[in-house]
Design a protein around this ligand. Sequence first.
Ligand code: FAD
Ligand code: SIN
Length: 533
Amino acid sequence: MATSTHNHSLKTDILVIGSGIAGLSAALKLATDYSVILIAKASLNEGSTNYAQGGIAGVLDPFDSIDAHISDTLDAGAGLCDPKAVSVVATHAAEAIRELIDLGVPFSKQVDSESSFPFHLTQEGGHSHRRVIHAADHTGQSVIDTLISCVKTHPNITLLPEHIAIDLILNQKRNRCLGTYVLNKTEKTIYGIAARFTILATGGASKAYLYTSNPDTSTGDGIAMAWRAGCSIANMEFNQFHPTCLHHPKDRSFLISEAIRGEGGILKLPDGTAFMANYDPRADLAPRDIVARAIDHEMKIHGIDCVYLDISHKPRDFIQNHFPTIYERCLKVGIDIAREPIPVVPAAHYTCGGVITDLEGQTSLNGLYAIGETAYTGLHGANRLASNSLAEGLVFAKMAAQSIKKAFPLTVPAEHEITPWDCTGITDPAEKILVSHDWDELRRVMWDYVGIVRTNERLKRARQRLRNLHKEIDEYYHQHTVTSDLLELRNLVMVAELMVMSAQRRKESRGLHYNLDYPHTHKKAKPTILKPK
Ligand code: FAD
Ligand code: SIN
């Protein structure tokens, strides 16, 4: 059935696009003073946040320090972090976590400890201290459930799940964002939502890769929309591969948390040899880029399909208490992790680049903010430190809310400027295979040519293939009824091209970007900034 347009538009003070940790937190902070509409393209709980396992980094232990968190983040970021962004997150993460505790998130408690802090802190790669608060191995789900129950009962928040944003609405003369066009997926209608402030909190773009730990929502929509609206994008070559996702024909890419290594898990070859100490003095607790590259290297030299992560030396009840989700999920496919090692491979996990914002989450477009994984704040540099991303989502939601509160009195409503969505000349597609084929091709090209280890030739090929795909998808988009699959594909091909363009610009290897043709690291680190023409 063809999509229809509605002549009416909705209006609100604040429009939040996305219901992950960033979007929900911002909505709650702003709803104290303003009307908020929050849209999400799937159910409210679907998004990367819901799957987060390890936890949230913050300086909570009295023996830890903000300087140590800053230093670990800078170190993981391989010289490319913006120290100001790092300082903002390290300084404010603890208070943001305390707010979650006050809202009722059931974080795991310490047992048998004399520490004055009542919650258990785990360790992950690259952290010099235990500073990751968690709810067993289902932190994200516990956080999201709590935040959703708060927004659901808030009188100033209207929730619109199953609504996908298509494009931002602009007033070019005033360089201002006026809201967005949105497809109601259930009713198949398109209309505008006018807002004084729009917040992009649409998550990352790891679905660009064939194998990913991410849910289907991570298609880079916010990054693509912002780019089309004229915002600059930074550091898209740095897509993080998580070293340890389950390798099993029945459950590919389920994440095996880094916290397993934090609690003593060891990476091994099929014959039981531990190998990480050959790559880094921190061995299994080295930052992710180093561990993922080491695994990739071992798999290639030994011609093996996976390596193994072994925590079976720990008591069964310890494993069941700390990692109930992972224990059960592995058991379901016949792996008893208390007795045997877990087969693991790296998979695309996190988009370190994104829409450039200042330290208040504001983009270069008036009225448009970007927070969470969609944004590039400068925090992660060339490689994100584990568990810094939930912290970033929380902290920048707060910064953006404060900034909007300051700017709000200076703005005017925008609804009179919104014109209805135009779908003249659009027809229903005769077949769906064109879209599904392009999805597969795009993700395979990225996996094969723009993976953990890159070369100039692979990047060149990827660029050519993506250029063709982009052209085909754009033509198709302008002739056919929009569906969420088509919208996501259009966004993902755009973002994949930005990833390849950025990778081609970087003539060195640094952090997550490793190019065999440029194995050295330049002395001076510079972000890759792409500006729309
Ligand atoms: P998401 O949580 O991804 O939410 C995005 C939202 O945007 C969704 O509601 C989606 O429906 C919506 N959306 C997207 N596009 C549109 C559109 N066009 N229109 C409308 N809505 C749209 N980080 C940590 O710090 N600690 C961890 O332990 C951790 N573990 C992880 C484990 C897994 C398996 C994964 C996948 C990630 C993990 N991460 C972890 C990373 C972290 O979870 C994410 O970076 C973070 O949750 C992103 O939050 P977000 O709010 O930016 O986006
Ligand atoms: C994990 O639990 O290993 C994921 C942590 C993260 O991505 O920060």
